[in-house]
Ligand binder design. Structure first.
Ligand code: KG4
Ligand code: ZN
Length: 386
């Protein structure tokens, strides 16, 4: 089934074309137009600039994708309809509706969060993990192949807007068992980066600099690590970094030896060198200490949830899942504490927002429903949840 997918929930315009078969997905086209340069001067996403860029980028990306296929051969159109910034969501939805009507094709509105989960079911080499395929099972409807291998599963979704632990009985059946009570993890990375005068988005900057720092240089809190539920809180951690900077400003003698130098890292497949900023603060040590505090809470709660719900797989999803240190420490914790469970994480370019994940989640929804959504029923839902 050929799926044309559109993602515009925040500040990345994504358009993709997928050929989804029973046990594999072939990525025929995958374009993401990043708006980082537009929002960087403001240190965060400016909604009206984001919408304007989506409306400008979408026709260009759609034309490029439609040049790769006879539009008649498209079987389904999928567009993110929430959660996200409402005017941005409408940009994608409106373009998708026009296309669906003009081509006479079915259309589905896709939950962005299910999209992030779906990114665990294809690899950068375009092969769908075969246990993720949905096949028809007689009269009983759709079921997942080899679901015994993976389900039930626990997925930690960590992005700029969300931090959620999701219990997955199977593909399509999700229950949020815990979530952040204030800031999302990615938001905390971005805000700490801003306090340190780093670039936007802050998560990748903090992660690169943390490689050059010492993770126990400063003692920072691990909010809610001992709470009995699976909720999170990151605003206290962010505030603790603010207080730390104020303290260091007043008494520079409290500074540990600074770890100056350069980190050489890979990002987006290219070698990227990050210069340690010339700052009054030991930025790498602060980044490493903050990152470790966030990772400790995320790993601890995810493992406890996996144990309680007897998860056969632990998955990571969302932009923060691109953090290699989180990936490494979560994988080690799964191996050590629940060795019979599998660990999955998307390739880092599919952790952050993209349209391929929306195409696969759209395919799942279409298969579950056995049909598309009614066009007039598809609306932007800024606070859509599971
Ligand atoms: O999933 P995503 O692309 O957009 C939302 O749905 O929010 O996630 C973006 C978030 C940003 O907060 C960004 O700073 C964070 O993911 N992020 C990272 C890394 N790469 C992206 N955070 C920590 N480490 C990274 N390597
Ligand atoms: Zn996202």
């Amino acid at each position: 089934m050929k799926v044309l997918a559109i993602e515009t929930s925040c500040d990345d315009t994504g358009v993709a074309l997928l050929d989804v078969r029973e046990s594999q997905v072939k990525i025929l086209a995958d374009f993401v137009s990043s708006q980082n340069e537009i929002h960087a001067p403001y240190g965060g996403v400016v909604p009206n600039l984001a919408v304007r860029a989506h409306y400008k980028n979408l026709p260009i990306l759609l034309e490029a994708v439609l040049g790769k296929i006879d539009p008649e051969k498209i079987d389904l159109i999928a567009a993110t309809n929430g959660p996200g910034l409402e005017p941005c969501l409408w940009a994608g939805i409106n373009n998708a509706k026009v296309l669906a009507k003009a081509l006479g094709k079915p259309i589905v509105g896709v939950n962005h969060l299910e999209g992030h989960i779906a990114a665990n079911f294809f690899a950068a080499n375009s092969k769908l993990l075969n246990y993720g395929a949905i096949t028809r099972s007689g009269a009983t409807g759709w079921k997942t192949q080899n679901s015994k291998l993976l389900f039930p599963a626990i997925c930690l979704i960590v992005s700029g807007g969300h931090t959620q632990l999701v219990f997955m009985k199977k593909i399509g059946e999700y229950k949020v068992i815990g979530q952040t009570r204030d800031d999302a993890a990615g938001e905390a990375f971005d805000k700490v980066a801003k306090m340190l005068g780093l670039g936007y988005p802050g998560g990748p900057e903090v992660a690169l600099l943390a490689k050059k720092g010492v993770s126990d240089a400063f003692q920072l809190p691990r909010p809610m690590i001992d709470s009995k539920d699976f909720d999170f809180s990151f605003s206290g951690l962010k505030t603790a970094v603010r207080y730390l900077l104020q303290k260091l400003e007043k008494s520079p003698s409290a500074l540990p030896a600074s770890s100056a130098g350069q980190a050489l890292c890979k990002r987006g497949g290219r070698e990227r060198e990050i210069q340690v900023p010339n700052s009054q603060f030991p930025v790498p040590d602060i980044c490493a200490s903050f990152q470790q505090a966030a990772i400790d809470v995320l790993v601890d709660k995810t493992i406890k949830a996996a144990q309680k719900y007897k998860a056969k797989a632990v998955m990571l999803a969302g932009g923060v899942a691109a953090n290699k240190e989180l990936h490494r420490q979560m994988e080690n914790a799964v191996k050590k504490t629940i060795p019979n469970s599998q660990f999955l994480v998307p390739s880092s370019c599919y952790c952050t927002d993209n349209a391929v994940m929306i195409g696969l989640a759209g395919y799942w929804k279409f298969m579950r429903q056995g049909k598309g959504d009614r066009v007039e029923k598809i609306e932007a839902q800024a606070n859509l949840n599971f």
